[in-house]
Design a binder for this molecule. Structure first.
Ligand code: NAD
Ligand code: LMR
Length: 339
């Protein structure tokens, strides 16, 4: 058995034969970055991916040459930083993952990245709307609470917006929430499924511990919630100016991509938390919201409500909605003023 196959679990090995029946091209925009490289590596190891297109404004052909030597079946191609190469990288993509953009340095909020990343995401969204209008688009670039609405507005302006196919990747919040509770409780983190709703920054990240049967109190609860909400800052501080989470994010992005591929390849009951256009708090002017979402062949199948909350969780949710509304409006306004 090949090394790559040995590294996969039994379920994934079975998917090798499924992959022979399905052709799924995945394009990564920002593929040479801190997230882009390990994410592309993990996608190369995924037998559900048949073609991997790697685009960046620097180094993508080199990353593709390197990853392309791995002995799994998928074809890997790297693209130069030209509009025609970008178009070619996107054409025929079932999934487009976008981690392009600058990361935080200590002392910055995700919103501080807006000025740089808004236009990067807008321009990549334009190219995606033109070359791959039917693709499922996964936004990793921060601030996710604003870059997702930016992408939606671009797709709307080109008449190709499908709310079922646009996702802000909030998987890392759920991964952290599971890991951090397991550290407190001595459980296996891979068995933990903590619901996290809202958005992807500070107070907009709302972990709902009570739904998993946990009832932390007082300072323990506050410090758990704070760690989930500000887990990103822990990494930014520890990297001391050299960037933010890349490896855990690559894992989270690969997990979300895998879930979308499973759903499009016919698997049922695939549920992931993700930031999507949502009816849940629309009456309060919050048009995008992360909650558990059932995925299907066309993307969003069903948006799950947040469920029963404790009074403490309701307080967190109220604070989240207030911030989120502003973040979303900022993204929408940006595209209106800078089409
Ligand atoms: N959603 C999340 O949970 C999450 C987690 C971690 C990081 N992030 C965000 O992801 C983004 C990327 O982080 P990183 O650590 O990989 O940064 P990085 O600087 O290491 O990599 C970013 C890459 O994007 C490329 N790029 C810039 N402009 C581009 C363009 N116009 N087209 C194509 N590629 C372009 C750069 O050349 C670089 O290779 C940041 O905005 C960061 O805040 C999000
Ligand atoms: O914290 C960051 O800036 C990166 C990312 O959003 C994270 O949650 O790690």
């Amino acid at each position: 058995m090949s090394f790559a196959r040995q590294m996969l679990g039994a379920t994934q090995r079975r998917a090798f034969s499924a992959s022979a029946r399905q052709a799924s091209k995945v394009t990564v925009l920002g593929a040479a970055g801190g997230i882009g490289q390990p994410l592309s590596l993990l996608l190369k190891l995924n037998p559900r991916v048949s073609k991997l297109a790697l685009y960046d404004i620097r180094l993508a052909p080199g990353v593709a040459a390197d990853i392309g030597h791995i002995n799994t079946k998928s074809e890997v191609k790297g693209y130069d930083a030209t509009q025609s190469a970008l178009h070619e990288a996107l054409e025929g993509a079932e999934i487009v993952v976008i981690p392009a953009g600058v990361p935080r340095k200590p002392g910055m909020t995700r919103d501080d990245l807006f000025n740089t990343n808004a236009s990067i995401v807008r321009d990549l969204a334009k190219a995606t709307a033109d070359a791959a209008p039917n693709a499922k688009v996964l936004i990793i670039s921060n601030p996710v609470n604003s870059t997702v609405p930016i992408t939606a507005e671009v797709f709307k302006s080109k008449g190709v917006y499908d709310p079922k196919k646009l996702f802000g990747v909030t998987t890392l919040d759920v991964v952290r929430a599971s890991r951090f509770i397991s550290e407190l409780k001595g459980t296996d983190p891979s068995d933990e499924k903590i619901t996290v709703v809202g958005g992807h920054s500070g107070a907009t990240i709302v972990p709902l511990l009570s739904q998993s049967g946990y009832s932390l109190e007082g300072e323990k609860l506050d410090s758990y919630v704070h760690r989930v909400q500000f887990g990103g800052d822990e990494v930014v501080q520890a990297k001391g100016g050299a960037g933010s989470a890349t490896l855990s994010m690559a894992m989270a992005g690969a997990r979300f991509t895998e879930s979308l591929l499973k759903a499009s390849q016919g698997e049922k009951n695939v549920i992931e938390p993700t930031f999507v256009e949502s009816h849940l708090y629309k009456d309060q002017g919050v048009t995008y919201f992360a909650s558990n979402v059932e995925l299907g062949p066309n993307g969003v199948e069903k948006i799950h409500p947040v469920g029963k909350l404790t009074a403490h969780e309701q307080g967190l949710l109220d604070a989240c909605l207030k911030d989120l509304k502003g973040n979303i409006e900022k993204g929408v306004k940006f595209v209106k003023e800078n089409p």
